[in-house]
Design a protein around this ligand. Structure first.
Ligand code: NAD
Length: 292
């Protein structure tokens, strides 16, 4: 099963990174978003990241131009008709993803594979809402996708061996990534472990155990995490963090996954992290400043 043409749905931070990785690896990419501004920003971001790779001599200037020429943008799924694989990387909400699959699938060729980059939502349930559950898989890239080595793969109950094998080969042989295979339970492996830690860091702030800076420096220098948990939450997006905690809380019916009320408050304020310039830190000045 040759995969040469990829569709990416959602041009946010993940869709942008996934398009970048695919184009640099020699694949043709079409990226779609509802919001034309996001598509423009995605191409600008890919251009900037490619330029950094050229400066670090990881790519030549010619490689950069070739990679950029492989990427098309669209607001219309009818341009996905020749894609061998479509990777959905839209907002972490099940209703949004279901609606995307409902409107996307009539445009796909019959043997096209479908993947979701969801951080937490049931692959089995998303797959069941499509016309091809056996060709559907979870393909969870890490942020930023061009830098991070891992792609977590999640087989739904119906995912067939040919689909799994084609996606494993794509990740390992074409994209040069490493994979970890997870069973399809809420938030899979990475976020089942990471997100309760981030939620607990927010409780630590909420209960006044430490300040934003104290919590982040404690985990950065004390546990050797490259980023403190609150800075990491801002990087991921607090809306995405809250959605993942809700999936854990509802999916496992255990109060230990209760989203921290302070996380809910930040999301209600629209202070959802770096992508809007403000979360646990304010990024609008020269240096990030804690917002509490
Ligand atoms: P984001 O908010 O940066 O981007 C989401 C994009 O989806 C936006 O550009 C939005 O316009 C677009 N969108 C929303 N509805 C759409 C629709 N109906 N059709 C087309 N586009 C639509 O979010 P993100 O951080 O890129 O996350 C995207 C997905 O990747 C989520 O499922 C998230 O859980 C997952 N993910 C996120 C991270 C992370 O660290 N942020 C890591 C791994 C996976």
């Amino acid at each position: 099963m040759g995969i040469g043409k990829i569709g990416v749905v959602g041009a946010g931070q993940m869709g942008t990174g996934i398009a970048h990785v695919c184009a640099v690896s020699g694949l043709e990419v079409t990226i779609q978003d509802l919001n034309p501004d996001q598509l423009k920003k995605a191409i600008e971001a890919i251009d900037r990241t490619l330029e950094r790779q050229v400066a670090k001599r990881k790519l030549t200037g010619e490689d950069k131009q070739i990679a950029l020429a492989r990427i098309r943008t669209t607001d219309d799924f009818s341009e996905f008709g020749d894609c061998d694989l479509v990777i959905e990387a839209a907002t972490e909400r099940e209703d949004v993803k279901r609606e995307i699959f409902r409107t996307l699938t009539p445009h796909l060729k019959p043997d096209a594979l479908l993947a979701s980059n969801t951080s937490s939502i049931s692959i089995t349930r998303l797959a069941a809402a499509t016309d091809r559950p056996e060709k559907f898989i979870g393909m969870h890239f890490m942020n930023p996708a061009p830098v991070m080595q891992l792609v977590e793969l999640i087989r739904g109950i119906a995912t067939d061996d040919a689909t799994y094998e084609a996606i494993r080969a794509l990740c390992e042989e074409t994209l040069g990534k490493q994979i970890a295979l997870s069973e399809d339970y809420p938030a899979f492996i990475v976020n089942r472990i990471l997100m309760p830690m981030i939620n607990e860091a927010i409780y630590t702030l909420y209960e006044g155990v430490g300040s934003v800076e104290a919590i982040d420096i404690a985990m950065h220098l004390g546990v050797n995490h490259p980023l403190g948990p609150l800075a990491l939450a801002d990087f991921i997006g607090l809306d995405t963090c809250l959605s993942i905690m809700q999936v854990l809380y509802e999916g496992l019916a255990d109060s230990k996954y209760r989203p921290c009320p302070l996380l809910v408050k930040y999301v209600e304020a629209g202070w959802i992290g770096r992508k809007v310039g403000r979360g646990f830190y304010d990024y609008r000045g020269e240096v990030p400043v804690p917002t509490r």
